[in-house]
Design a protein around this ligand. Structure first.
Ligand SMILES: NC(=O)c1ccc[n+]([C@@H]2O[C@H](COP(=O)([O-])OP(=O)(O)OC[C@H]3O[C@@H](n4cnc5c(N)ncnc54)[C@H](O)[C@@H]3O)[C@@H](O)[C@H]2O)c1
Ligand SMILES: [Zn+2]
Ligand SMILES: [Zn+2]
Length: 385
């Protein structure tokens, strides 16, 4: 079959690889019908999230059940499903405590309680390096889905693949960021990063009753997209002092909630890079620092962007003085997916309006290029096997 394979940093291309087979009675094999490239995949492409061996990429995918393992009774050949990106056994302590991204069984080689840099990760993720389980991903014609009695969800017939695909990751991720902030209604939510995750957080903010939603991004075309699809207010840090602007919009206080939907590889200038090198840091926490400044006292910062190393000069003093609540981590997709399928099915939210490129899987290398380089006004790439 064809699959988008990571070879080395900067080198993801489509190869011919062996088809997956059932390895465990709880597996299913899916014939992938749609899959997407995620901002998290770019951290592997850049080499910042390390991977030595070749690996089939992709944790955002859906498809049609092709083959079921002997213990699978909830799915049958021909069912059309989406698959949450964290791989969860459904039976361990964390899986039974609404914390499936911390599954104790799916990442058996590198699981541990501590969260170290090169070991002791949480549960496994599809197509996301050996540290996260080494599972082949879904940017492929076929994919093996372990623990298929737990995660895959059948999608209503009236939804197209494009309408349903983002239930795998980015919509539940944006939703988690907002849900963690416990909105009561009327809040001002400032969302840093207007890529796919930021755009989904914007949608989730409105659905949770936000009074104002502000999108921040250095790329005008992404802000234009945010304005067009989500009717948010926009701020470009190249044009305005974002912190001052947010305070002016909130009687001097700051936003009730700030979301970091950027992570450790923001747009960086020369001095940012020098600082990272001197401090042995991966990337930068500059967006996180902006969130702590822009949020009001006693407000909440939800961190959905990925961070991958210790960081010096972490502004703990500000977090303490302002009494900021922080929540972060892999999105617990399983906690939300059934509710979110209903929202999409009942047309209470539209997800496919962020897609800018729908291309054949065979052109995945080009898809990575334009998404990574922010070329051709690219916001979200869907690959069709
Ligand atoms: N926690 C989770 O479960 C989870 C799930 C999916 C993705 N993620 C992470 O979320 C992050 C965003 O993913 P994405 O797919 O939207 O990626 P993306 O790279 O397309 O989007 C990032 C956006 O941030 C913007 N940006 C860069 N510097 C900025 C700055 N200084 N201020 C404001 N905006 C800035 C970029 O222009 C871009 O539009 C990534 O780190 C990804 O790994 C986390
Ligand atoms: Zn993702
Ligand atoms: Zn588990």
């Amino acid at each position: 079959m064809k699959a988008a394979v990571f070879h080395k940093p900067g080198d993801i291309r489509v190869d011919n690889v062996p088809d997956p087979t059932i390895l465990d009675p709880r597996d299913v094999i899916l014939k992938v019908t749609a899959t997407a490239i995620c901002g998290s995949d770019l951290h592997i492409l850049s080499g910042a999230v390390p991977q030595k061996e070749n690996l089939i990429m992709g944790h955002e995918f859906m498809g049609i059940v092709e083959e079921v393992g002997s213990e699978i009774t909830n799915l049958k050949k021909g069912d059309r499903v989406v698959v949450p990106f964290p791989i969860a056994c459904g039976k361990c302590f964390f899986c039974t405590h609404e914390a499936s991204p911390a599954c104790e069984n799916s990442n058996f080689k590198h699981y541990g309680p501590n969260g170290d840099l090169m070991d002791q990760k949480g549960g496994a993720l599809f197509g996301y390096t050996d540290l996260y389980g080494g599972y082949s991903g879904g940017q492929a014609e076929y994919v093996r889905v372990p623990y298929a009695d737990i995660s895959p969800r059948v999608i209503p017939d009236h939804l197209t693949d494009e309408q349903a695909l983002f239930l795998t990751d980015i919509f539940p991720t944006g939703w988690s960021a907002i849900d963690w902030a416990n909105l009561k209604g009327g809040e001002t939510v400032a969302i840093f990063g207007s890529g796919p995750v930021g755009l989904m957080a914007q949608k989730a903010a409105w659905l949770h009753g936000a009074g104002r939603v502000i999108a921040i991004d250095p790329l005008d075309y992404r802000l234009d997209k945010a304005k067009a699809v989500n009717k948010v207010e926009i701020l470009n840090p190249h044009k305005v002092d974002v912190i001052q602007a947010i305070r002016e919009m909130t009687d001097g206080r700051g936003a009730d909630v700030c979301i970091d939907a950027v992570g450790f590889e923001p747009e960086r200038n020369f001095m940012d890079k020098v600082k990272a090198t001197i401090n042995f840091e991966k990337g930068s926490i500059k967006v996180l620092e902006m969130c702590f400044e822009a949020v009001r006292r006693m407000g909440t910062v939800s961190i959905m962007g990925v961070y991958g190393s210790p960081y010096d000069n972490f502004p703990l003093f500000r977090i303490f003085d302002k009494g900021i609540t922080i929540k972060q981590g892999q999105a617990p997709v399983l906690n939300y997916i059934d509710q979110l399928i209903n929202l999409v099915s009942e047309n209470k939210v539209v997800l496919d309006d962020i897609i800018t490129h729908s291309i054949p899987l065979a052109e995945a290398e080009h898809g990575y290029q334009i998404f990574n380089e922010k070329e051709d006004d690219c916001v979200k790439v869907v690959l069709k096997p």
